[in-house]
Write a protein that binds this ligand. Structure first.
Ligand code: SAM
Ligand code: ZN
Length: 190
């Protein structure tokens, strides 16, 4: 006879690994109820699988809070919209120093512990949002991060390498700085 396993929804609180409650970072968050070892799969991020175009058409879910999203970008053209068919994973907040990380396998997304997590800790992962526009200060401020970690980037946008044009400008400025420093040294030695 097949063994019937309880669905996650009917597991007793004491058996559950996490719970959703108010977060100091933003709105609701997900908190560990037990210690969770590094590497453990905690939950699958589920929702309606839609195209990138459909995601753009649906955005924003709430016009009064345009940068709030329940989307998870799975690939260039696939987005999970957890507003429809989502589970508790949709309440996991972003952190710039996360204790979890999403792992994408064949269009399925699993949230795994990146570190050993202690009961009571809020679960989070780095959203690393990628926007198809130049990353300006203004854009960063549209996606502010309130994770409060020492490594906070101040934004939920992904860290992006400076463009080659910017890299050249940085190199030029470094050379100028080097020249100025050596001139100061020469003057001091006179
Ligand atoms: C999928 S929801 C996460 C649950 C959210 N706390 C809520 O109550 O709706 C994602 C949204 O939460 C907010 N959010 C998540 N992490 C954040 C953070 N570190 N700083 C600021 N806002 C955050 C952003 O508005 C983001 O679009
Ligand atoms: Zn942050």
């Amino acid at each position: 006879m097949n063994q019937i396993l309880p669905s996650p929804q009917v597991l007793k609180t004491s058996q559950r690994k996490f719970r959703v409650k108010k977060s100091d970072v933003h709105g609701k968050g997900v908190f560990a109820l037990v210690d969770i070892p590094k590497g453990e799969v905690i939950i699958e991020y589920v929702g309606e699988m839609i195209s990138a175009q459909e995601a753009e058409d649906r955005h924003p879910h709430d016009p009064s809070d345009p940068n709030h999203t329940f989307y998870f970008q799975v690939s260039d053209d696939k987005v999970l919209d957890a507003l429809h068919g989502g589970n508790s994973s949709r309440w996991i907040n972003h952190s710039c120093a996360p204790n979890c990380a999403p792992k994408v396998t064949k269009d399925r997304v699993f949230i795994k512990a990146k570190k050993n997590i202690t009961a009571g800790d809020e679960l989070n992962y780095d959203y690393g949002l990628v926007i198809d526009a130049p990353i300006t200060k203004k854009l960063k401020l549209q996606y502010p991060c309130w994770c409060g970690s020492d490594q906070c980037r101040g934004t939920m946008l992904a860290h992006q390498e400076p463009s080659s044009k910017k890299k050249k400008q940085i190199e030029k400025l470094k050379m100028k700085l080097k020249k100025i420093k050596s001139e100061i040294k020469k003057l001091q030695e006179r």
